[in-house]
Structure formats: C-alpha cells, structure tokens
Design a binder for this molecule. Sequence first.
Ligand SMILES: O=P(O)(O)OC[C@H]1O[C@H](O[C@H]2O[C@H](CO)[C@@H](O)[C@H](O)[C@H]2O)[C@H](O)[C@@H](O)[C@@H]1O
Length: 250
Amino acid sequence: MTSAALLPADLAEALPALARRRPLLVASDYDGVLAPLVGDPSAAVPHPGIAAALARLAAHDGVVVALVSGRGVADLQAVSGLQGPYRWIGSHGAEYDGPLTGQLAARRDALAERLAPLVAAVPGARLEVKPASVAVHVRQVADRAAAAALLEQADAAADPSLTKKPGKEVLELAVTDADKGSALLRLRADVGAAASVYLGDDRTDEDAFRALPAGDLTVKVGDGDTAARYRVADPAAVVVLLDTLAGLLA
Ligand SMILES: O=P(O)(O)OC[C@H]1O[C@H](O[C@H]2O[C@H](CO)[C@@H](O)[C@H](O)[C@H]2O)[C@H](O)[C@@H](O)[C@@H]1O
C-alpha cells in the first residue's frame, strides 16, 4: 500500500493538483496536529516524522512552510525543537513580524493576577501566561465538574475588552483580537501564494478554515464539526499527508 492510500480518497485526489501550484503555502497549527495532545503543555513534542516532513517540503523552491500557533513563538520554538526556514506566527496571529512590544504585558499580568486564585483553588488546573493572553488549562483536573466550573468562572472574569478563545480543555483570554483567519490571509498575501494548505484541530483553527479561499486545501485533524474541506484522524496521518505532498513536489 502506498502512503497516499492511507489518506482519505478525496484528500489523496486533491493533492496532485495542489502540488503543481507555486508559490505554495503549507501552514499548520501545532498542538493536536503536529504534536499529540498531552497533559503538560511544555511536554508537547512533534510526532515522529513531522520534523523531516516539514524540512522536505521547505526544501522545494516556491514552497513556504509556516507554523501558526496559539502559543507564543518563543515557546513554540522551544517546545517543538523544530528548526528550519519557516515562517513562525504565534499568539493566534498577534505575533506576526516578531515579538510583541511590552505594552500589552501590563494588561496581561493584571489578568493573570485576577485568574491565579481561581486556578490555584482547583487541583490539577494550570495557568499559562503567554505573550498576549492568559490560558486556564483543565486537562489534568480529575474532578470534571470542578473543571467545568473553573472554565465558567474564568469566562465570567473576562471584561469586554478581552477576546475569549475556548479550546481543547482550555479557555484563553487574550488582550488582542488577533485570530488565525486574519493571520493566514495576511501570510497568503505576503507569500503571494497561488494556493495554500492549512491543517488544524481546534476551535481557533476554524477562523482559518473559514477565511481561506475555496480552492485552498483545509484539513481538520480529528473529530468534531468543522468548516475544513478535508479531514484526517491524527498527527500520524498528518505525517502521511505532508510526506505525500512532499513526494508529489519532487
Ligand atoms: O494553536 P495551537 O498550536 O494548537 O496551540 C493551542 C494551545 O495549545 C496548547 O494547549 C493545548 O495543548 C496542550 C499540550 O498538548 C494541552 O495540554 C492543552 O489541553 C491544549 O489546550 C498550549 O498550551 C496553548 O498555549 C495553545 O494556545
């Protein structure tokens, strides 16, 4: 069986035409797509084969590889260990041209101070302070009712100036209104892409799926409602997809 045969038939059929387009933008979310979801956000490493597949893609003329994450760029680079000639877009698009200026930090820190006692009261909950947001994680909260209640409390603590970004076992409150849809459109224009691919697994990725033009290849990883055109099961299938595309570029 060829690796392409491991992909859903509709997706395998769409790849050859996409592979002929240049410039081609290949963009992906990180957690849940390139790396399996795990309890500790600092332990989310790429699935085997991801680093090599991204490097293969980026080695082709006219192909731009981008990592588009809710994480801050520095965190994404450190946790993933990925290295290459990639575009790095972090904080759901707020970090586009480099690190954010310090002016957002005061609002973010005040928010973190408000949320800290709520999180500390729930065993297993985690507060993640990021460049443009604060995330309340409940993946490791054993008491599921307490997890749901904490997310509701965090939601209620958000004033209207904050942007709520619910995700998998997490609620983020952001001090910017950046979203992955706007970031992908900006990136697509910067690259002058004739076509693009975007892979994502979570609610914040739906902004990108909805924003990209119909001819682009949008791929939801995992279960759940989606605006993406195609679907694969998990990060292992993402390796097959990226490798298949790299093979078609050659
Ligand atoms: O946009 P992404 O690259 O998918 O980042 C989204 C969030 O990912 C991280 O949280 C998620 O992954 C963790 C590690 O697997 C998991 O423990 C957590 O439950 C998930 O929500 C990261 O910690 C967040 O900062 C990102 O926004």
